[in-house]
Design a protein around this ligand. Structure first.
Ligand SMILES: [Zn+2]
Length: 197
């Protein structure tokens, strides 16, 4: 091999090695999107987030509802993703984020184990309704979207919406989440979800 060809091969090999992890991450995010996008009956906004390693969830029989809590701002799934990466997590811990205008954004891929409710992540889907519901009220558009989303998740996994399948974070952990003003409306959200189911 001529020295020039040798160097060319080294260059190609080097480039390939440098690009491989990014390409792999891109494919992972794309595959993850297929998972989220396959949830029928609800429109979910793609976010194309890149995650560190994730684990598939083998059982799903409940949904845990959260709020943001530390701010009442209209934060995005991408912002929460940055926060949770900074925690050293794989990425956003919630599977869905519902913005103030009712837009449902994809968080962690639906089929993977979340990081949102200590001790319950291996069998639950985490939904964050954006806001601080200790001080504010959920928007009507958020309640309507949450009902559609929760009904779609229940249909997808084959369990009926009820007080034994839809919980607030505080039902499991010592936290104010999902905020008093949303927590007292969980029975209403469950009835709305049942109407969509
Ligand atoms: Zn929470």
């Amino acid at each position: 091999m001529k020295r020039r060809d040798f160097l060319k091969n080294i260059f190609v090999l080097g480039t390939g090695l440098a690009l491989a992890p990014e390409l792999a991450a891109g494919k992972l995010a794309e595959a993850a999107w297929q998972t989220g996008g396959e949830l029928p009956g609800v429109v979910v906004q793609p976010t194309y987030l890149h995650f560190r390693s994730l684990t598939n969830r083998t059982r799903t029989d409940a949904i845990v509802v959260h709020h943001i809590g530390n701010t009442n701002a209209d934060v995005s799934a991408a912002t929460v993703h940055e926060w949770h990466l900074a925690n050293g997590w794989a990425g956003i811990g919630y599977h869905y984020v519902i913005r103030k205008d009712g837009t449902i954004e994809q968080g962690r891929p639906l089929g993977t184990v979340g990081a949102h409710c200590y001790g319950e992540n291996y069998h639950t889907v985490g939904v964050n309704i954006v806001g601080n519901f200790e001080i504010a009220e959920p928007e009507p558009a958020q309640m309507a979207s949450a009902a559609r989303l929760l009904a779609a998740i229940c249909r997808f996994y084959g369990f009926a919406p009820g007080s034994d399948t839809i919980f607030g974070h505080r039902d499991f952990n010592a936290t104010a989440c999902p905020g008093e003003n949303l927590y007292v409306r969980l029975p209403e959200l469950i009835r709305m979800t049942q109407a969509q189911y």
